[in-house]
Design a protein around this ligand. Structure first.
Ligand code: FES
Length: 101
């Protein structure tokens, strides 16, 4: 079983995830308040999150399109990613994902 811990303001959402689904899909099906404005197309930036620094190296680097979107976000950091572009793997068990929106 893969557990992902989403954090939003002072709330924590500990949810079960399935390998292969995106972080956005996982959040939405578990009623986590993450916004997917473009439906997961990777163009709107609304699903941006901060990935637990301990896990950032377990996620493939952003592709050019994702990088273009995230680096223009006001809260951009090296751990900023688009939840709709990250496919969940077993390596992500226990990962904390902070929601920016
Ligand atoms: S839902 Fe629009 S960039 Fe992820």
């Amino acid at each position: 079983m893969i557990t992902i811990i989403f954090k939003y303001n002072n709330e924590e959402f500990k949810v079960n995830a399935t390998e292969g689904e995106t972080l956005l899909e996982c959040a939405l099906k578990n009623n986590v308040p993450l916004i997917g404005g473009c439906g997961g197309s990777g163009i709107c930036g609304s699903c941006n999150v901060e990935i637990d620094p301990e896990y950032i190296n377990k996620i493939p680097e952003p592709d050019v399109n994702e990088q273009d979107v995230i680096e223009y976000l006001p809260m951009y950091k090296p751990t900023t990613r688009l939840a709709c572009q990250i496919k969940i793997t077993n390596d992500m068990d226990g990962m904390i994902v902070n929601i920016n929106n």
